[in-house]
Design a protein around this ligand. Structure first.
Ligand SMILES: *Cc1c(COP(=O)(O)O)cnc(C)c1O
Length: 355
Protein backbone atom coordinates (compact mmCIF):
# COMPACT_ATOMS: atom_id res chain seq x y z
CA UNK A 1 0.00 0.00 0.00
CA UNK A 2 1.47 3.39 -0.94
CA UNK A 3 1.99 5.97 1.77
CA UNK A 4 2.89 3.40 4.39
CA UNK A 5 6.51 4.47 4.18
CA UNK A 6 9.82 2.81 3.50
CA UNK A 7 10.26 1.35 7.01
CA UNK A 8 7.13 -0.68 6.60
CA UNK A 9 7.59 -1.53 2.93
CA UNK A 10 11.24 -2.52 3.08
CA UNK A 11 11.48 -3.59 6.73
CA UNK A 12 13.18 -6.90 5.93
CA UNK A 13 16.07 -4.95 4.38
CA UNK A 14 16.30 -2.37 7.13
CA UNK A 15 17.58 -2.44 10.73
CA UNK A 16 14.04 -2.92 12.04
CA UNK A 17 13.64 -4.80 15.33
CA UNK A 18 10.53 -5.61 17.37
CA UNK A 19 10.88 -2.31 19.18
CA UNK A 20 11.52 -0.09 16.15
CA UNK A 21 8.51 2.21 15.62
CA UNK A 22 7.43 2.05 11.96
CA UNK A 23 7.03 5.80 11.69
CA UNK A 24 6.38 7.57 8.40
CA UNK A 25 5.66 10.95 6.87
CA UNK A 26 4.91 9.25 3.54
CA UNK A 27 8.46 9.10 2.25
CA UNK A 28 9.46 6.91 -0.69
CA UNK A 29 7.35 5.57 -3.58
CA UNK A 30 8.59 8.47 -5.70
CA UNK A 31 7.87 8.60 -9.46
CA UNK A 32 10.27 7.23 -12.06
CA UNK A 33 9.52 9.32 -15.12
CA UNK A 34 10.68 8.54 -18.66
CA UNK A 35 12.55 11.33 -20.40
CA UNK A 36 10.82 12.98 -23.34
CA UNK A 37 13.73 14.87 -24.92
CA UNK A 38 17.05 14.41 -23.18
CA UNK A 39 17.19 10.69 -23.98
CA UNK A 40 17.25 11.68 -27.67
CA UNK A 41 19.91 14.29 -27.00
CA UNK A 42 22.30 11.69 -25.58
CA UNK A 43 21.12 8.89 -27.92
CA UNK A 44 20.46 6.33 -25.23
CA UNK A 45 17.88 3.54 -25.21
CA UNK A 46 16.01 5.03 -22.29
CA UNK A 47 16.51 7.74 -19.72
CA UNK A 48 14.47 8.00 -16.54
CA UNK A 49 14.30 10.57 -13.79
CA UNK A 50 13.76 9.39 -10.22
CA UNK A 51 11.88 12.31 -8.73
CA UNK A 52 13.12 12.45 -5.18
CA UNK A 53 11.75 15.97 -4.81
CA UNK A 54 8.39 14.22 -4.38
CA UNK A 55 9.37 13.14 -0.87
CA UNK A 56 7.52 14.87 2.00
CA UNK A 57 10.09 17.61 2.59
CA UNK A 58 11.11 17.91 -1.06
CA UNK A 59 14.35 15.90 -1.17
CA UNK A 60 15.65 12.33 -0.89
CA UNK A 61 16.89 13.09 2.63
CA UNK A 62 13.56 11.87 4.06
CA UNK A 63 14.39 8.25 3.19
CA UNK A 64 17.36 8.22 5.51
CA UNK A 65 15.86 10.54 8.08
CA UNK A 66 12.86 8.32 8.81
CA UNK A 67 15.18 5.43 9.68
CA UNK A 68 17.51 7.65 11.72
CA UNK A 69 14.54 8.99 13.72
CA UNK A 70 12.95 5.56 14.18
CA UNK A 71 16.20 4.26 15.66
CA UNK A 72 16.69 7.40 17.77
CA UNK A 73 13.20 6.95 19.22
CA UNK A 74 13.84 3.25 19.77
CA UNK A 75 17.05 4.12 21.62
CA UNK A 76 15.25 6.74 23.77
CA UNK A 77 17.34 9.60 22.40
CA UNK A 78 16.71 13.03 23.89
CA UNK A 79 17.25 14.97 20.66
CA UNK A 80 18.75 15.14 17.20
CA UNK A 81 21.39 17.43 15.75
CA UNK A 82 22.80 17.96 12.27
CA UNK A 83 24.98 20.27 10.24
CA UNK A 84 23.35 21.03 6.96
CA UNK A 85 23.49 22.84 3.65
CA UNK A 86 19.69 22.81 3.85
CA UNK A 87 17.85 19.64 2.94
CA UNK A 88 19.10 17.52 5.82
CA UNK A 89 17.95 20.17 8.26
CA UNK A 90 14.56 20.59 6.58
CA UNK A 91 14.02 16.85 6.79
CA UNK A 92 15.27 16.50 10.39
CA UNK A 93 13.08 19.41 11.49
CA UNK A 94 9.98 17.82 9.97
CA UNK A 95 10.52 14.39 11.52
CA UNK A 96 11.41 16.00 14.84
CA UNK A 97 8.19 17.99 14.80
CA UNK A 98 6.08 15.01 13.90
CA UNK A 99 7.66 12.51 16.27
CA UNK A 100 8.39 14.81 19.22
CA UNK A 101 12.16 14.89 19.23
CA UNK A 102 13.83 18.30 19.70
CA UNK A 103 16.05 19.13 16.72
CA UNK A 104 19.08 21.41 16.56
CA UNK A 105 20.26 22.50 13.15
CA UNK A 106 23.68 24.02 12.50
CA UNK A 107 23.97 25.78 9.15
CA UNK A 108 26.72 27.73 7.40
CA UNK A 109 25.67 31.35 7.63
CA UNK A 110 24.40 32.61 4.27
CA UNK A 111 24.91 29.14 2.76
CA UNK A 112 21.36 27.88 2.85
CA UNK A 113 18.43 28.83 0.64
CA UNK A 114 15.53 30.85 1.99
CA UNK A 115 12.97 28.13 1.39
CA UNK A 116 14.98 25.44 3.19
CA UNK A 117 15.45 27.83 6.09
CA UNK A 118 11.72 28.52 6.04
CA UNK A 119 11.01 24.81 6.38
CA UNK A 120 13.32 24.44 9.38
CA UNK A 121 11.83 27.46 11.10
CA UNK A 122 8.26 26.46 10.40
CA UNK A 123 8.91 23.09 12.04
CA UNK A 124 10.28 24.94 15.08
CA UNK A 125 13.76 23.41 15.12
CA UNK A 126 16.46 25.38 16.88
CA UNK A 127 18.71 27.02 14.26
CA UNK A 128 22.30 27.97 14.83
CA UNK A 129 24.01 29.82 12.03
CA UNK A 130 27.80 29.42 11.97
CA UNK A 131 30.09 31.95 10.33
CA UNK A 132 31.91 29.23 8.45
CA UNK A 133 31.32 26.53 5.87
CA UNK A 134 29.52 23.19 6.02
CA UNK A 135 32.62 21.15 6.78
CA UNK A 136 33.43 23.31 9.81
CA UNK A 137 29.85 23.09 11.03
CA UNK A 138 29.86 19.31 10.69
CA UNK A 139 33.05 18.76 12.62
CA UNK A 140 31.68 20.80 15.55
CA UNK A 141 28.39 18.92 15.43
CA UNK A 142 30.20 15.58 15.47
CA UNK A 143 32.05 16.60 18.60
CA UNK A 144 28.93 17.86 20.40
CA UNK A 145 27.04 14.69 19.49
CA UNK A 146 29.83 12.55 20.89
CA UNK A 147 30.16 14.52 24.12
CA UNK A 148 26.47 15.15 24.80
CA UNK A 149 24.79 11.95 23.56
CA UNK A 150 22.50 13.80 21.17
CA UNK A 151 21.77 11.76 18.04
CA UNK A 152 23.63 13.03 15.01
CA UNK A 153 21.50 12.70 11.88
CA UNK A 154 24.05 13.61 9.23
CA UNK A 155 25.04 10.80 6.91
CA UNK A 156 27.73 9.70 9.36
CA UNK A 157 24.66 8.13 10.96
CA UNK A 158 24.58 4.67 9.35
CA UNK A 159 20.79 4.51 9.61
CA UNK A 160 20.58 7.37 7.14
CA UNK A 161 22.48 5.30 4.59
CA UNK A 162 20.27 2.29 5.29
CA UNK A 163 17.14 4.30 4.55
CA UNK A 164 18.54 5.95 1.45
CA UNK A 165 19.33 2.61 -0.16
CA UNK A 166 15.56 2.09 -0.59
CA UNK A 167 15.80 4.45 -3.58
CA UNK A 168 17.75 1.69 -5.37
CA UNK A 169 15.18 -0.94 -4.39
CA UNK A 170 12.39 1.19 -5.81
CA UNK A 171 14.13 1.69 -9.14
CA UNK A 172 14.40 -2.06 -9.61
CA UNK A 173 10.86 -2.63 -8.35
CA UNK A 174 9.59 0.02 -10.77
CA UNK A 175 11.63 -1.00 -13.84
CA UNK A 176 11.71 -4.73 -13.26
CA UNK A 177 15.43 -4.76 -14.08
CA UNK A 178 18.60 -2.85 -13.29
CA UNK A 179 19.48 0.15 -15.44
CA UNK A 180 22.97 0.31 -16.98
CA UNK A 181 23.86 3.63 -15.37
CA UNK A 182 22.80 5.54 -12.28
CA UNK A 183 23.78 9.22 -12.40
CA UNK A 184 23.65 11.30 -9.25
CA UNK A 185 25.11 14.41 -7.64
CA UNK A 186 27.76 13.88 -4.99
CA UNK A 187 28.11 16.12 -1.95
CA UNK A 188 28.82 14.35 1.31
CA UNK A 189 28.69 11.18 -0.80
CA UNK A 190 26.19 9.29 1.35
CA UNK A 191 23.68 8.82 -1.43
CA UNK A 192 26.01 7.26 -4.00
CA UNK A 193 27.15 4.78 -1.37
CA UNK A 194 23.55 4.09 -0.28
CA UNK A 195 22.39 3.39 -3.82
CA UNK A 196 25.29 1.03 -4.37
CA UNK A 197 24.46 -0.77 -1.11
CA UNK A 198 20.84 -1.07 -2.24
CA UNK A 199 21.60 -2.48 -5.68
CA UNK A 200 24.20 -4.87 -4.28
CA UNK A 201 21.76 -6.12 -1.68
CA UNK A 202 19.05 -6.84 -4.25
CA UNK A 203 21.65 -8.66 -6.36
CA UNK A 204 22.80 -10.63 -3.35
CA UNK A 205 19.25 -11.74 -2.61
CA UNK A 206 18.71 -12.75 -6.22
CA UNK A 207 16.15 -10.01 -6.85
CA UNK A 208 18.01 -8.58 -9.84
CA UNK A 209 20.42 -10.08 -12.37
CA UNK A 210 22.82 -7.23 -13.04
CA UNK A 211 24.15 -4.09 -11.41
CA UNK A 212 24.34 -0.52 -12.71
CA UNK A 213 27.48 1.55 -13.02
CA UNK A 214 27.50 4.38 -10.49
CA UNK A 215 28.14 7.76 -12.09
CA UNK A 216 28.80 10.43 -9.48
CA UNK A 217 29.06 14.11 -10.33
CA UNK A 218 30.57 16.83 -8.17
CA UNK A 219 30.51 20.55 -8.88
CA UNK A 220 33.85 21.70 -10.21
CA UNK A 221 34.51 24.19 -7.39
CA UNK A 222 33.63 21.52 -4.82
CA UNK A 223 35.12 18.35 -6.25
CA UNK A 224 37.47 16.91 -3.61
CA UNK A 225 36.97 13.31 -4.70
CA UNK A 226 37.71 14.10 -8.34
CA UNK A 227 40.77 16.15 -7.39
CA UNK A 228 41.79 13.63 -4.74
CA UNK A 229 42.29 16.27 -2.05
CA UNK A 230 39.99 18.13 0.37
CA UNK A 231 38.82 21.53 -0.88
CA UNK A 232 39.12 24.10 1.88
CA UNK A 233 36.70 26.66 0.47
CA UNK A 234 34.26 24.85 -1.79
CA UNK A 235 32.42 27.12 -4.22
CA UNK A 236 29.46 26.25 -6.41
CA UNK A 237 26.05 27.63 -7.15
CA UNK A 238 24.64 24.21 -6.17
CA UNK A 239 24.59 24.63 -2.39
CA UNK A 240 23.44 21.06 -1.64
CA UNK A 241 26.76 19.73 -2.96
CA UNK A 242 28.97 22.57 -1.70
CA UNK A 243 31.10 20.23 0.40
CA UNK A 244 34.89 20.16 0.49
CA UNK A 245 35.60 17.13 2.64
CA UNK A 246 32.90 14.47 2.23
CA UNK A 247 32.25 12.14 5.15
CA UNK A 248 31.61 9.17 2.86
CA UNK A 249 34.59 9.80 0.61
CA UNK A 250 35.88 6.20 0.84
CA UNK A 251 32.42 4.76 0.34
CA UNK A 252 31.93 6.81 -2.79
CA UNK A 253 35.22 5.60 -4.23
CA UNK A 254 34.37 1.99 -3.42
CA UNK A 255 30.95 2.31 -5.08
CA UNK A 256 32.48 3.75 -8.21
CA UNK A 257 35.30 1.22 -8.32
CA UNK A 258 33.16 -1.85 -7.65
CA UNK A 259 30.53 -0.81 -10.17
CA UNK A 260 33.09 0.28 -12.78
CA UNK A 261 31.51 3.71 -12.81
CA UNK A 262 33.04 7.17 -12.77
CA UNK A 263 33.24 10.22 -10.59
CA UNK A 264 33.56 13.46 -12.52
CA UNK A 265 33.12 17.19 -12.11
CA UNK A 266 30.67 19.45 -13.92
CA UNK A 267 30.90 23.23 -14.02
CA UNK A 268 28.28 25.57 -12.59
CA UNK A 269 27.46 26.66 -16.13
CA UNK A 270 26.80 23.03 -17.10
CA UNK A 271 24.65 22.54 -14.00
CA UNK A 272 22.57 25.64 -14.74
CA UNK A 273 22.20 24.60 -18.39
CA UNK A 274 21.06 21.10 -17.39
CA UNK A 275 18.61 22.59 -14.86
CA UNK A 276 17.17 24.85 -17.56
CA UNK A 277 16.86 21.90 -19.98
CA UNK A 278 15.09 19.82 -17.33
CA UNK A 279 12.58 22.61 -16.77
CA UNK A 280 12.03 23.63 -20.39
CA UNK A 281 12.28 20.26 -22.18
CA UNK A 282 11.11 17.78 -19.56
CA UNK A 283 8.72 19.82 -17.43
CA UNK A 284 10.75 18.96 -14.35
CA UNK A 285 11.80 21.80 -12.06
CA UNK A 286 14.67 20.46 -10.00
CA UNK A 287 17.24 21.74 -7.59
CA UNK A 288 20.53 22.89 -9.11
CA UNK A 289 22.46 20.15 -7.29
CA UNK A 290 20.08 17.56 -8.73
CA UNK A 291 20.77 18.81 -12.24
CA UNK A 292 24.43 17.82 -11.80
CA UNK A 293 23.37 14.26 -12.62
CA UNK A 294 21.88 15.34 -15.93
CA UNK A 295 24.78 17.72 -16.60
CA UNK A 296 27.15 14.80 -16.06
CA UNK A 297 25.44 12.55 -18.59
CA UNK A 298 25.31 15.39 -21.13
CA UNK A 299 29.00 16.05 -20.54
CA UNK A 300 30.01 12.41 -20.99
CA UNK A 301 27.96 12.22 -24.19
CA UNK A 302 29.73 15.29 -25.54
CA UNK A 303 33.06 13.74 -24.56
CA UNK A 304 32.28 10.81 -26.85
CA UNK A 305 30.55 8.28 -24.62
CA UNK A 306 28.24 5.94 -26.49
CA UNK A 307 24.94 5.41 -24.66
CA UNK A 308 23.26 3.51 -27.50
CA UNK A 309 21.21 0.62 -26.17
CA UNK A 310 21.82 1.82 -22.60
CA UNK A 311 19.28 2.62 -19.91
CA UNK A 312 20.14 5.50 -17.66
CA UNK A 313 18.47 6.69 -14.46
CA UNK A 314 19.25 10.19 -13.18
CA UNK A 315 18.48 10.69 -9.50
CA UNK A 316 16.72 14.04 -9.25
CA UNK A 317 17.54 14.55 -5.60
CA UNK A 318 15.45 17.62 -4.80
CA UNK A 319 12.71 19.95 -5.98
CA UNK A 320 13.37 23.25 -7.74
CA UNK A 321 11.05 24.89 -5.24
CA UNK A 322 13.89 24.45 -2.77
CA UNK A 323 15.82 27.35 -4.22
CA UNK A 324 13.56 29.82 -6.00
CA UNK A 325 16.23 32.48 -5.48
CA UNK A 326 18.47 30.55 -7.87
CA UNK A 327 16.14 30.55 -10.85
CA UNK A 328 17.52 33.93 -11.92
CA UNK A 329 20.58 32.05 -13.18
CA UNK A 330 18.45 29.84 -15.42
CA UNK A 331 16.96 30.56 -18.83
CA UNK A 332 13.63 32.19 -18.01
CA UNK A 333 10.73 33.41 -20.09
CA UNK A 334 9.90 37.11 -20.04
CA UNK A 335 7.18 38.71 -18.00
CA UNK A 336 5.01 41.13 -19.96
CA UNK A 337 3.16 43.57 -17.74
CA UNK A 338 -0.01 45.19 -19.07
CA UNK A 339 -2.87 47.36 -17.88
CA UNK A 340 -6.01 45.44 -16.95
CA UNK A 341 -7.78 45.75 -20.29
CA UNK A 342 -8.81 43.03 -22.71
CA UNK A 343 -7.18 44.89 -25.63
CA UNK A 344 -3.85 45.04 -23.82
CA UNK A 345 -4.02 41.30 -23.12
CA UNK A 346 -4.86 40.57 -26.73
CA UNK A 347 -2.03 42.64 -28.11
CA UNK A 348 0.44 41.32 -25.54
CA UNK A 349 -0.32 37.76 -26.61
CA UNK A 350 -0.02 38.47 -30.32
CA UNK A 351 2.97 40.77 -30.05
CA UNK A 352 5.00 38.34 -27.98
CA UNK A 353 4.12 35.61 -30.48
CA UNK A 354 5.47 37.54 -33.43
CA UNK A 355 8.69 38.48 -31.64
C1 LIG B 1 22.10 16.16 0.13
C2 LIG B 1 21.87 16.43 -1.29
C3 LIG B 1 22.77 16.03 -2.29
C4 LIG B 1 24.08 15.36 -1.97
O1 LIG B 1 23.91 14.06 -1.45
P1 LIG B 1 25.10 13.38 -0.65
O2 LIG B 1 24.53 12.15 -0.09
O3 LIG B 1 25.53 14.36 0.39
O4 LIG B 1 26.20 13.13 -1.64
C5 LIG B 1 22.44 16.27 -3.60
N1 LIG B 1 21.29 16.90 -3.94
C6 LIG B 1 20.41 17.32 -3.01
C7 LIG B 1 19.18 18.01 -3.45
C8 LIG B 1 20.66 17.09 -1.66
O5 LIG B 1 19.78 17.51 -0.75
Amino acid sequence: MPGTGILNLYREFLPVTESTPLITLGEGATPLVRSAQLSKLVECEDLFFKLEGSNPTGSFKDRGMVVAFAKAIEEHSTGAICASTGNTSASAAAYGARFNLPVIVVVPSGGISSSKLAQVRAHQAKIISVRGNFDEALSMVQRIAKEQSITIVNSVNQYRLEGQKTGAFEIIDQLGFSPDYIALPVGNAGNILSYWMGFSEYMHRGLVKSLPKMMGFQAEGASPIVENRPVENPVTIASAIRIGNPVNWEGALTSVKESKGVIEAVTDAEIVDACSKMASLEGIFCELASAASVAGILKLYKAGWNFQGKRVVCIITGSGLKQPDMTEHMRLSNIVEIPATFEALQSAIFESRSE
